[in-house]
Design a protein around this ligand. Structure first.
Ligand SMILES: *[C@@H]1O[C@H](CO)[C@@H](O)[C@H](O)[C@H]1NC(C)=O
Ligand SMILES: *[C@@H]1O[C@H](CO)[C@@H](O)[C@H](O)[C@H]1NC(C)=O
Length: 201
């Protein structure tokens, strides 16, 4: 029995060694992160609505995320927050630029308000993600799911404000493109949070 056991252990060790050299081989020449981390992100991203954006926005954080569903969800919230912050700053600048119609300025200011709610909701989510533990898991993940869903609603309200026919085409396109990206990042983050939540049954 004991020899059978150690025989198994030996095979396991061989497989580990083989895997290890495979990983070293396939990551040779890559500067980014071990293949397994990037593959984990690619696979997890297939459960989101925008897998390409998901992978592109998160693979640069592969070495931090490793193969942790919690860190993946956390990183997705981080990426969404920084995108919302930079878009908000851009819109504040845009709303002060000359040549905008009053209704465009107004839509822009409404959007900045919606984005500020989004930023607040993402910040709260990230803060709870940092505090999550075995005993508060259900409560905190529930908060996070609620806030990230609310952020998604705020973004679509902002985007709707730019839907009118009487908006300048260029401004409309520029703003909507940014907002759509944030909404897609948020949707992906929510999917990854839900995925992490489901692992705890
Ligand atoms: C999220 O952002 C915070 C603050 O910038 C950083 O300390 C943390 O490492 C990031 N976490 C992940 C998983 O990206
Ligand atoms: C879990 O986190 C809460 C704060 O959110 C803290 O009060 C509690 O002591 C922590 N529990 C464990 C088991 O770490």
């Amino acid at each position: 029995m004991a020899s059978l056991c150690s025989d198994h252990s030996f095979k396991f060790l061989l497989i580990l060694l083989a895997l290890n050299s495979y990983i070293n081989f396939s990551s040779a020449g890559r500067q980014i992160a071990p293949q397994t981390n990037t593959e984990f992100i690619r696979t997890s991203c297939t459960s989101t609505s925008y897998p390409k954006l998901c992978f592109e926005s998160l693979s640069t954080h592969a070495s931090l995320i490793q193969t942790s569903p919690q860190l993946l969800a956390h990183a997705a919230l981080n990426v969404t927050l920084s995108s919302a912050k930079s878009t908000s700053a851009m819109m504040v600048t845009l709303s002060k630029s000359h040549g905008l119609q009053p209704r465009e300025v107004e839509a822009m200011q409404d959007c900045v308000e919606e984005l500020s709610d989004t930023i607040d909701e993402l910040r709260k989510s990230i803060s709870e993600m940092d505090q999550i533990n075995g005993s508060n898991f259900g409560l905190m993940i529930n908060d996070i799911q609620t806030w990230v869903s609310a952020a998604l609603t705020d973004e679509s309200t902002c985007s709707d404000g730019f839907g009118g026919k009487n908006m300048n085409g260029n401004v409309k396109t520029a703003v909507r493109t940014k907002i759509v990206t944030i909404a897609h990042l948020t949707s992906n983050a929510l999917a990854l949070v839900n995925n992490y939540a489901s692992l705890h049954g």
